[in-house]
Ligand binder design. Sequence first.
Ligand SMILES: [Zn+2]
Length: 141
Amino acid sequence: MFLIDEDTTVKGHSDFYGADRYDFTKEDHGWTSPFNPFSTGRHFETLQQAEKAIGDAMETGNLDDFERAMHDMQDFYSHRKKGYEYDPITGKWGHSKDGTKPDRDMNAWNLANEKTIAWINEWEKKWGRPKNPEGCSKKCK
Ligand SMILES: [Zn+2]
């Protein structure tokens, strides 16, 4: 989830490349919030799981699916890549024991941003930039 809110020295989901036209933050709110135990696992996916979902969204052109899957991919670098998993049955509780530290990591952010740029380029090659207000949850450019 890349926590930044008050800490302006660290970057978050709304700072990634393309955040002017894609909403990478919605996955952290509502039903899919990491604080909803049914959805916490979404924020601790492997890169393979997240990129499978991105690939599926690429096929269908579903912008909402794309934005959410991109969030989960971005989370990979600060969560699963560091060994944090969410599986209460086997006693894995995400990164709650380490607080927000794993989310405050510019190196992880930069790696996630590189991947974000690559996928957005793919998306826009196929589907163009989002411009339909219905299909784009932010003010699209
Ligand atoms: Zn997240």
